[in-house]
Unconditional design. Sequence first.
Length: 140
Amino acid sequence: MEQTATLVILKGLPCSGKTEWAERWVKASQKRVRVSWTDILATMGRKTRDKRLLAFETATHLMVQALKRGCDVVLDEENLNGFEVGIFMTRARMLKCHVEWHNMRQTVEECKRRNAERGHPVDDMEIERLAREFAAALKQ
């Protein structure tokens, strides 16, 4: 029986450990790929609406090509916005790939501590706002 590729969708607040988890996961197999449109966007210089769209389209294309080649893919984003993540899920399902979620269960205080420790450019108030706005999604 042929094994289908998997899209793993990480979900969590900024500084909750998504990237560390994704990097460990990818290192465990040569048939795994990490995709992040925010990383792609960061390479494009000054952020504009057009560049954000281009980064998103590039990430979607990368995921589709990796899945078609039988690689498993991890989507390393906050993934709290249903519209953006929905596009990735739909494309993966169109390819008959398995989709699974991995929820990062760090507390708001732990995310703020990690943010300060790393000098991450996320404001603590933004972490708190996201935690309130997406409380239900973060518990699933």
